[in-house]
Design a protein around this ligand. Structure first.
Ligand code: HEM
Length: 152
C-alpha cells in the first residue's frame, strides 16, 4: 500500500466515525421527551426510572458521540482548512460547541435534579426545549456539511 492510499484509508476511516457519531448525536435524544411523557402517565416511580435511563444514555453515548464528531471534524478540518472560508470553519466549530453546551445545560442539569420531589412535567418541558435547540443545530450542521462546496 502506497503512502497516498494509506492517507486516503485513514481519512475514510475518520469520515466513517464522523458520520456514525453524527447519526447517534441526532437520533439518540429524538424521543427522550416522548419516553418520559409516556412513563409519567404510569406514575412517579416509572418516570424516575425513565429519567435514570435517559441520564445513563446521555452520559454513556450522547457525550461520546458529540466528542467523537467534534474531534473527527477537527481532524478533517486540519486537512482542508484553507479550502473553505472563515465563516464556514468558525461556524461549524461554534455550532458544535453550542451542541455540547445545550447537552450540559439543557439536558444533563435537568436530569441530575431528578428526585422524589422533582416535577417530571417541568423536566419534560425542559427536554422539549433542549430537543428543539439540539435538532435545529444538528440539522443546520448537516446542511452545511452536505452543501459545503456551494458555501466555499
Ligand atoms: C451533525 C454533525 C455533522 C454531520 C452530519 C457531518 C457530516 C459530514 C459529511 C457527510 C461529510 C462528507 C464526508 C465526505 O464526503 O468525505 C463531512 C465532512 C467534513 N466535516 Fe462534518 N459533519 C458534522 C459535524 C462536523 C463538525 C462539528 C465539524 C468540525 C468541527 C465537521 C467538519 C468536517 C470537515 C472539515 C469535513 C471535510 C470537508 C471536505 O473534505 O471538504 N463536521 N461531514
Amino acid at each position: 500500500m502506497g503512502d497516498c492510499e494509506e492517507t486516503e484509508l485513514i481519512r475514510d476511516s475518520v469520515v466513517f466515525v464522523h458520520l456514525i457519531s453524527a447519526m447517534v448525536l441526532f437520533g439518540l435524544p429524538l424521543a427522550f421527551g416522548r419516553f418520559l411523557g409516556v412513563t409519567m402517565r404510569l406514575g412517579d416511580r416509572d418516570a424516575a426510572a425513565t429519567a435514570g435511563t435517559l441520564r445513563i444514555l446521555t452520559h454513556r453515548y450522547l457525550y461520546l458521540s458529540w466528542a467523537a464528531n467534534l474531534l473527527t471534524g477537527l481532524y478533517l478540518l486540519s486537512l482542508v482548512a484553507s479550502s473553505y472560508g472563515a465563516m464556514w470553519r468558525h461556524g461549524i466549530v461554534t455550532a458544535s460547541f453550542l451542541v455540547g453546551i445545550n447537552i450540559y445545560f439543557g439536558l444533563e442539569r435537568g436530569l441530575s435534579k431528578t428526585g422524589p420531589v422533582h416535577s417530571f412535567e417541568s423536566l419534560r418541558k425542559r427536554i422539549v426545549v433542549f430537543s428543539i435547540i439540539h435538532h435545529s443545530l444538528i440539522t443546520a450542521l448537516t446542511a452545511v456539511m452536505v452543501f459545503r462546496n456551494w458555501l466555499r
